[in-house]
Design a protein around this ligand. Structure first.
Ligand SMILES: [Zn+2]
Length: 347
């Protein structure tokens, strides 16, 4: 309306500059012109007011760039459509096997992460996480029909044994630390399985191999659940634990040596890698390592990222700065992509 009033005042003052007689003579003409302007500008009003509270409000309505570019049709399509009553929950069955000191203590931190997930994200249906004793042929897995994520203690013990075995001699304090590492890694595994559920239930557009996408999405979900507004230390720590577990697993993986030495041009070696839907443990370890560094930069101003990466390279905290820096940048782009994909289940 303010634009209409402004134009009306302009027209009116121009009429007033003419002689009184002219105003008198042409008052019907002037009134007609004002009426026409009123109708015309009222019709334009929605477009006129958009810049004042348009794009920023549309964007903060959670749907971002797509809606700014393509209007309300996509905004409606992408609007969160979770069930407000549905929740993620966890249940710890009493382990039949004895667990190393430190493992259960770390697992007990999981309900806090789950609370945070329920605050920040929605689900289509209740999903239950069960920590249970019995060995299954699947290891850690999700049952999409039942809405169930199963994490057997046996599987965690295997990771613990791998970690102990790659160390030469492990004292009690070190053993406890390794048990804690496994406990932390279970949180990331849980988020990986939950990613399968979200992709399935919300029919998310995920190009490429779903298993790899779930590894990235696990880091994204955790970073949101444990966001500290700074360097996401806790999330980075969990992802580093995941990295260590995969690295230990890769040490005992038959295919790993072939990956570095004899795969190129060797179809027999390559065929060993193909049946697994997952990349090898070494590849997953590297992805986890890149994610653990990427989350520390999520609150970094884009103008500062070059400098921070350079500092990180010099500090020796990277495995291979030449490879790691571009992969961390790629990781940051991946997080922005998940920001867009997650609009359908973000609260
Ligand atoms: Zn998976």
């Amino acid at each position: 309306m303010s634009l209409y009033i402004f134009v009306a005042k302009q027209v009116w003052s121009r009429l007033q500059q003419n002689s009184v007689s002219m105003v008198t003579e042409k008052k019907w003409e002037a009134l007609f012109l004002l009426s026409f302007l009123f109708v015309f500008l009222t019709g334009l009003a929605p477009c006129g007011t958009l810049p004042e509270n348009g794009p920023s409000e549309l964007e903060s309505a959670s749907n971002g760039v797509l809606e700014q570019q393509h209007g309300t049709a996509i905004q409606t399509q992408n609007r969160a459509n979770y069930n407000p009553q549905a929740n993620l929950s966890v249940n710890f069955h009493t382990p039949k096997q004895s667990l190393p000191p430190g493992l259960m203590e770390k697992l007990e931190e999981i309900p806090h992460t789950i609370d945070q997930f329920n605050k920040k994200f929605g689900l289509k249906r209740d999903i239950n996480v069960e920590f249970l004793s019995q060995d299954t042929k699947y290891g850690i897995y999700c049952d999409l029909d039942q809405g169930l994520i199963c994490i057997p203690y046996d599987d965690l013990l295997m990771s613990y044994d791998d970690l102990c075995e790659i160390e030469d001699k492990v004292n009690e304090a070190q053993k406890r630390k390794l048990a804690e590492t496994v406990g932390k890694s279970a949180q990331v595994s849980l988020m990986h399985e939950l990613s399968h559920v979200l992709i399935n239930d919300f029919d998310l557009a995920v190009p490429g191999i779903e298993e790899d996408a779930c590894d990235d999405m696990a880091a994204y979900l955790l970073a949101n659940c444990l966001d500290d507004g700074k360097s996401n230390e806790e999330c980075s720590d969990l992802l580093e634990a995941w990295f260590e577990v995969f690295l230990a697993s890769a040490t005992f993986e038959e295919t790993t040596p072939h990956l570095t030495t004899s795969v190129p041009g060797n179809m027999a070696s390559l065929s060993r890698l193909i049946p697994s839907q997952h990349s090898t443990s070494m590849m997953r370890a590297y992805r986890a390592y890149i994610s653990s560094l990427t989350v520390t930069l999520l609150h970094c101003h884009p103008d500062d990222i070059d400098q921070v990466l350079e500092d990180m390279s010099k500090s020796g905290c990277m495995l291979s700065p030449k490879d790691d820096c571009p992969n961390i940048r790629s990781g940051l782009r991946s997080f922005r992509a998940w920001d867009k994909i997650s609009v359908s289940f973000r609260k």
